[in-house]
Ligand binder design. Structure first.
Ligand SMILES: Cc1cc2nc3c(=O)[nH]c(=O)nc-3n(C[C@H](O)[C@H](O)[C@H](O)COP(=O)(O)OP(=O)(O)OC[C@H]3O[C@@H](n4cnc5c(N)ncnc54)[C@H](O)[C@@H]3O)c2cc1C
Length: 373
C-alpha cells in the first residue's frame, strides 16, 4: 500500500488530463493517475489548427517537432480535406488562409506519450497503471483509492479532484452524476498502408452513415465508418472482409482502397456519440475533456476542446483559489462559472453539428439521416 498527498489529483492521463496537469503544476502539487501503463493506438488523429496556440503557450509545440516515433515524425501538416457531403460534387476544405496554419495529422499514441513525458519532466507525480477504485470526501480533503492490475493499492489524498477519464466519466458517475446521450453514433475503424500522392483527408456521406479517411504520419491511412449502434450489424463489422465490402460500396472509399497496399487491419468499434455530463463541477471536483462533453468526430474538435477546457479550468481554479481557500463563496463562484463555460461550448457545438448534418438531404428515407434532420 502506498500513501500520497497532493493539492490536485487528476484522474485520467489522456490529452485533457495531461494539459491540465502541465498548466497547473507550476502552482500546485499535482498527482495524475491513469489505468493504462502507456497510451494505446486509437482513432482520432486530426488536431485543429487553433490547438497549436495552446501547445505554443505551454511550450509544447517545439518539442513535438523533435519527437521521432518508430522512425517516423509525430505528425505531418495536412493540406486539407475532400468533402463529399450534401451533393455529388467534391468540396475542398483547405487551411491555406487559416492564420493558425494546418491541421496536424498526429500519431496519436506518440502524441499522448509525449504529453505524459513532459508532464513528468515538469514535476507532475504520475502513477500508472492505477485505476480509480473508490472515493470519499471528508472536509476539506478527497480520499481516493486507486489500484493497479495486481491489486497494489494507492491511498491518495487531495484538496481538489479533476475527472479526466473520458466518456466514461468514472469519478462523476461514482458521485451519482448521470450522462445525457444525444444519439447512438459509433465508429468502426481500420488502417491500411497508404502510398498515394494525394494525402488529403476524405469525408463521404452514405445512405446509413458516413465515411472518413485520413493519412497518418507512418504511411498508413485510417478508414472509419460512422453509423448508429442499432443500425450496424456488429458481428459483420468485426470481420475485415465485410468491412472491406462495405467500404468498396462507397465510391470515395473505393478509390482510396485502390491505391492501398497490403492487408487491412481492423481495429474495432468505438463509441462516437455526443454526450454530456449532467453536472460538471461539485464539492472540490470538476470534470474535464470528454468526461464533461464528448463530440461527434464530424467536428474534429475533441482534442482541441480537451486542451482549451483544461486551460479554462486552470484559470478558474486560480481565480477563485478553490484549492487553498475552498470557502462556500469561492466554491460557488467557481462551480457557476465553470458550468456556464462548458454549457456555452456545448450549445455552440450542438448548433454547428445540426447545421452540418442538415446539409445532407440525399437519403430522405434513411433512418440515420431522418434522425438528424
Ligand atoms: C471515432 C473517433 C474519432 C475521433 N477523431 C478525432 C479527431 O480527428 N480530432 C479530434 O480532435 N478529436 C477526435 N476524436 C475525439 C478525441 O479522441 C477525444 O475528444 C479526446 O480523446 C478526449 O481526450 P480526454 O483526455 O478528455 O479523454 P480520453 O482520451 O478518453 O482519455 C481518458 C484517459 O482516462 C483514463 N481512464 C479512464 N478511466 C479511468 C479510471 N477509472 N481510472 C484511471 N484512469 C482512467 C484512460 O485510460 C485515458 O487515458 C475522435 C473520437 C472518436 C470516438
Amino acid at each position: 500500500m502506498a500513501n500520497h498527498k497532493s493539492d490536485i489529483l487528476i484522474i485520467g492521463g489522456g490529452i485533457a488530463g495531461c494539459i491540465a496537469a502541465i498548466s497547473l503544476v507550476d502552482n500546485y502539487h499535482v498527482i495524475m493517475i491513469d489505468t493504462l501503463s502507456e497510451p494505446q493506438d486509437r482513432i482520432g488523429e486530426s488536431l485543429a489548427p487553433t490547438a497549436q496556440r495552446i501547445l505554443r503557450q505551454l511550450d509544447l509545440l517545439k518539442g513535438m517537432e523533435d519527437v521521432i516515433h518508430n522512425n517516423e515524425p509525430m505528425y505531418f501538416k495536412n493540406k486539407g480535406m475532400q468533402s463529399h457531403w450534401g451533393s455529388e460534387q467534391i468540396h475542398i476544405i483547405d487551411h491555406l488562409s487559416n492564420p493558425d496554419g494546418s491541421v496536424l495529422n498526429l500519431n496519436r499514441k506518440a502524441f499522448e506519450t509525449y504529453l505524459r513525458t513532459v508532464a513528468i519532466q515538469r514535476g507532475v507525480q504520475c502513477i500508472w497503471p492505477a485505476k480509480l477504485a473508490s472515493q470519499a470526501y471528508e472536509n476539506p480533503h478527497w480520499h481516493i483509492v486507486a489500484k493497479d492490475h495486481k491489486h497494489k493499492t494507492y491511498n491518495l489524498t487531495a484538496r481538489f479532484v479533476i475527472d479526466a477519464t473520458g466518456r466514461q466519466s468514472h469519478f462523476a458517475r461514482k458521485q451519482g452524476v448521470k450522462r445525457h446521450h444525444i444519439d447512438q453514433l459509433i465508429a468502426c475503424w481500420a488502417t491500411i498502408s497508404d502510398h498515394q500522392q494525394n494525402k488529403m483527408s476524405r469525408i463521404s456521406a452514405s445512405e446509413n452513415g458516413w465515411w472518413y479517411s485520413a493519412v497518418l504520419p507512418n504511411n498508413k491511412r485510417v478508414l472509419a465508418f460512422h453509423t448508429d449502434s442499432d443500425l450496424m450489424d456488429r458481428k459483420a463489422m468485426q470481420d475485415a472482409d465485410c468491412f472491406l465490402a462495405l467500404a468498396q460500396s462507397n465510391p470515395v472509399m473505393k478509390s482510396v482502397l485502390e491505391k492501398a497496399l497490403g492487408d487491412i487491419e481492423l481495429h474495432g468499434i468505438v463509441a462516437a456519440n455526443s454526450t454530456c455530463s449532467q453536472q460538471v463541477a461539485g464539492q472540490q471536483w470538476a470534470v474535464l475533456g470528454d468526461a464533461a462533453i464528448s463530440f461527434d468526430p464530424l467536428s474534429s474538435q475533441g482534442m482541441f476542446n480537451a486542451m482549451a477546457s483544461a486551460i479554462q479550468l486552470k484559470e478558474l481554479i486560480n481565480k477563485f483559489d478553490v484549492v487553498n481557500h475552498p470557502n462556500t463563496k469561492n466554491r460557488h463562484q467557481f462551480e457557476t462559472d465553470y458550468t456556464k463555460q462548458i454549457n456555452q461550448i456545448w450549445l455552440h457545438y450542438l448548433t454547428h453539428k445540426d447545421h452540418y448534418y442538415r446539409q445532407e438531404k440525399r437519403w430522405k428515407e434513411s433512418v440515420f439521416w431522418k434522425r438528424r434532420h
